[in-house]
Structure formats: structure tokens, C-alpha cells
Design a protein around this ligand. Structure first.
Ligand code: FE
Ligand code: FE
Ligand code: ZN
Length: 277
């Protein structure tokens, strides 16, 4: 069965997200751990988590994906901002232990002119200081489009970060189709070639989730503007080939397309109808 869901608001807690997911025929979902601009997280209510876990079990929601606030920058030139990113993520990982066995995705960061090497060192240092052998969450580095000074614009940069991580079994990759298309990977005309490249640089066993988005912009544009499924420059057929590719088809897919709930429900329906078991 296709594992697919979309980004949901976490403001009403876990049980509410589970119910919303099921209402649009999703069997997974993504959510922000706190306000996407950062700030203090709401306290997790153990009773909400308990109800969610029971509901998830009954409705075959086997895994979910948390997303760190996108304003965090572990590669900032400002020590205070790096510290803030580290503390926020460490706190998120503690909170993730309420729902063990899931993934936590973050944007590696932007080097803001310091240079890629320095940025990569900062990101790896941060991960090494927050990852613990006891944690039950896998932390995912997201592939980025390369706008501005974003790190993670190609597979090699992510590999560079991963090589520096001590607890390698605690990290993985979340591949965003809009971002890698904008980053110059031709998933429309050469999906096999891109997957081969990913496997040889990073290793397919490290790929844990896919953000399934169309892109408003052409290949290699480094823009990062998501489009609805089939309404962008990647197009419906290429996205259907992605969910059906033997190397990818068992991964969880997350829509981050510009939609309200009814739009997500439609996209999930057409993608389910286009998925071969
Ligand atoms: Fe993201
Ligand atoms: Fe994404
Ligand atoms: Zn994006």
C-alpha cells in the first residue's frame, strides 16, 4: 500500500492530526514540532499521545515525520543563533520520544557567506552534540534547492555532513522532489540516473522519506517554489514514476504542495489510483 500523507497543522495535537490524516485517506503525515518560525513548543499532553497511538494503530498509521522550524540555522555565523538551533532541536528530540520510532527532518542550514566547509562543520558539530545512543528517532537531512547559501544543494554536500557524524545510525535523508529538481537533478528525463547517483554518493539505505512536490521553476533554477502535483514543471507523469519506482515505492511520501485539506485529499486520491501494488 502506498504510504502517503501531507503536511498538517499540529496546533490541535497528535490525535487531531491522526484523525485529519485518515479523513483524507492518508496513512502518514508531517507536522511542525512548533511554530515554523521557532519559539517555544507547546507542552505535549501524554493523554493526547496515548489516544493518538491507539488511533494510529487502528488506522495503520505506522510512521510519521516531524519537521524542525525552517528558520533554524545550525550553520549561522552568529554563535547565539547556532546555539538556538541546537537547543531547539535537542528539545524537539526529547519530545519525539513520546512517539518513538519516527523521523525528524530539518534543513541543514545556510553558510551565509562563510563558505560551505565551515557550514558543514557547524552542522555536523551540532548533530554530534545532540544525537544520543538512546534516542528512538532518526534525524533526516533534507535535500535543498540551493537558494542563497543553502547547504545540501547536492548529494555530495549531504555526504560530507554524514561522514562527520559519529552516531551514523541515527541519521538519514529526506529527499524533496521540488528541491532536487531545482537543484539540477533531472528526475523527469533521467530518474534512474538520479537514483543511481544518490545511491553511489549517499546510499539508498539512508533514504527514509520523500517530500513529493511539483516545482514552479525549471530544472536547476535553485528557487524552491512548490507547485501542486501535475501543475508544475516536473509534471504528473514524472511524479507517478517516482512513487512507483522500485527503489522508492515503499518509502513514505509527504505532500508539501500549496493546498488546503480538500486539495490534499484529491492529490492523495489520484496518486493512490496511479500506484501499482
Ligand atoms: Fe522542508
Ligand atoms: Fe520539503
Ligand atoms: Zn521547499
Amino acid at each position: 500500500m502506498l504510504k502517503i500523507g501531507c503536511h498538517l497543522s499540529s496546533s490541535k495535537g497528535y490525535e487531531s492530526m491522526g484523525k485529519t490524516a485518515v479523513s483524507i485517506n492518508a496513512n502518514t503525515f508531517q507536522f511542525f514540532t512548533r511554530n515554523p518560525r521557532g519559539g517555544k513548543a507547546k507542552d505535549i499532553k501524554p493523554t493526547d499521545v496515548e489516544k493518538y497511538l491507539k488511533f494510529a494503530k487502528e488506522h495503520s498509521i505506522t510512521s510519521i515525520l516531524a519537521h524542525a522550524p525552517y528558520t533554524l540555522n545550525a550553520a549561522s555565523a552568529d554563535e547565539g543563533l547556532r546555539e538556538f538551533a541546537k537547543n531547539t532541536m535537542a528539545d524537539d528530540l526529547l519530545r519525539m520520544e513520546y512517539t518513538p520510532g519516527n523521523c525528524y527532518n530539518f534543513h541543514p542550514g545556510s553558510h551565509v557567506g562563510q563558505g560551505i566547509e565551515i557550514g558543514i562543520e557547524y552542522i555536523a558539530d551540532m548533530l554530534n552534540s545532540i544525537l544520543t545512543p538512546e534516542q528512538n528517532t532518526t534525524v533526516l537531512l533534507e535535500t535543498m534547492s540551493g537558494k542563497g547559501s543553502e547547504i545540501g544543494r547536492d548529494f555530495e554536500e549531504l555526504r560530507e555532513i554524514m561522514d562527520r557524524i559519529i552516531l551514523k545510525e541515527k541519521i538519514g535523508i529526506c529527499l524533496d522532489t521540488c528541491h532536487i529538481w531545482d537543484g539540477g537533478y533531472n528526475i523527469v528525463n533521467d530518474l534512474d540516473g538520479v537514483i543511481y547517483k544518490f545511491d553511489s554518493v549517499i546510499g539508498l539505505s539512508n533514504l527514509k522519506a520523500i517530500h513529493l512536490n511539483d516545482s514552479l521553476n525549471p530544472l536547476g533554477s535553485h528557487k524552491d517554489r512548490h507547485a501542486k502535483i501535475g501543475e508544475g514543471m516536473i509534471g504528473f507523469d514524472a511524479l507517478v514514476r517516482i512513487i512507483n519506482h522500485p527503489a522508492l515505492k515503499n518509502l513514505p511520501f509527504y505532500l508539501e504542495t500549496p493546498n488546503e485539506l480538500d486539495g490534499y485529499a484529491k492529490e492523495i486520491e489520484i496518486l493512490r489510483n496511479s500506484y501499482g501494488e
